[in-house]
Design a protein around this ligand. Structure first.
Ligand code: IPD
Ligand code: CA
Ligand code: CA
Length: 266
């Protein structure tokens, strides 16, 4: 299947789920459960969104695998796996902040960010009515407009997005890193949706983004969108982006920020 068809499918299912999720938001949202900590919540809409995406993909591509945040994984036979965050930015969603997204990516190989090759991805933010898309080698787009990372800047002029874990111990370390970084950059943003942070690197709305302890579904689509817009997307040192660390930025900014974070033991 050509990547354009995979991209069309990713965009279609993410859009249908985003429409449903936004409708549920208007009807009122309640916490269904808590996961890794008391502040890591899941709503009924997260589950409903993942279920809808799973059904739509199974109809269209029955041989592919599925790897979603809420429902776990199923192995396919085609070598392709759909990696899905049914609502990224659930805390924003819960509070009615219109900055959350449905993220759908299709990857080749084992569904492991260390080795997979992302083929296509879509991140849909229904609150802003914005759809980010990318396919490997095909560039990335915001509502059909080609994206390009922001131009190179000094670290002191970089607007840097980041995010924090739901786990207290990790947050203590993350807070220390921010305390050391804040005086070295233009400013810090914690917007609450990792997939959109990566898309905002792609569109030049921020110069850089980094985070520790992300899960594969948080960055599968967004990392491809950032990379296809010209960003470096990497992990610590020469590692691939993953749970340990992810950094995305215009290539020279990525070097400067990577070095600053290494000095802070991030
Ligand atoms: C979270 C968001 C947040 C990031 C967290 C993620 P969720 O995803 O992307 O921005 O800082 O690390 O877990 O729980 O809203 O899907
Ligand atoms: Ca997420
Ligand atoms: Ca989620």
């Amino acid at each position: 299947m050509p990547h354009t068809e995979l991209l069309d499918l990713a965009t279609s299912v993410a859009t249908q789920a985003a429409d449903m999720v936004a409708r549920r938001r208007r009807e009122g949202v309640a916490v269904a459960d808590r996961k890794t900590s008391s502040v890591d919540v899941v709503t009924h809409a997260d589950r409903e969104s993942e279920q809808l995406i799973r059904i739509l993909l199974a109809e269209a591509r029955p041989d592919d695998g599925f790897f979603g945040e809420e429902g776990g994984a199923s192995v396919g036979t085609s070598g392709l796996t759909w990696v899905v965050d049914p609502i990224d930015g659930t805390v924003n969603y819960l509070y009615g902040i219109p900055h959350y997204a449905v993220s759908v990516a299709v990857v080749e190989g084992e569904p492991d960010p260390a080795t997979w090759r992302a083929l296509a991805g879509a991140v849909v933010n229904p609150g802003a009515r914005e759809t980010y898309t990318a396919s490997v080698g095909g560039g990335s787009f915001l509502d059909g407009e080609r994206l390009q990372v922001a131009e190179a800047v000094d670290l002191s002029e970089a607007l840097v997005a980041t995010g924090f874990s739901y786990l207290e111990e990790m947050r203590v370390e993350q807070g220390q890193v921010i305390a050391g970084l804040l005086s070295q950059v233009r400013d810090i943003r914690r917007m609450g949706t990792a997939s959109l942070d990566l898309c905002m690197v792609a569109s030049g709305r921020v110069n850089a983004y980094f985070e520790r302890s992300l899960n594969p579904w948080d960055h599968a689509a967004g990392a491809l969108i950032a990379r296809e817009a010209g960003a470096t997307v990497k992990g610590r040192g020469n590692n691939a982006a993953g749970k340990e660390f992810i950094l995305a930025a215009e290539p020279s900014v990525a070097v400067l920020l990577g070095a600053a974070l290494a000095r802070l033991d991030a």
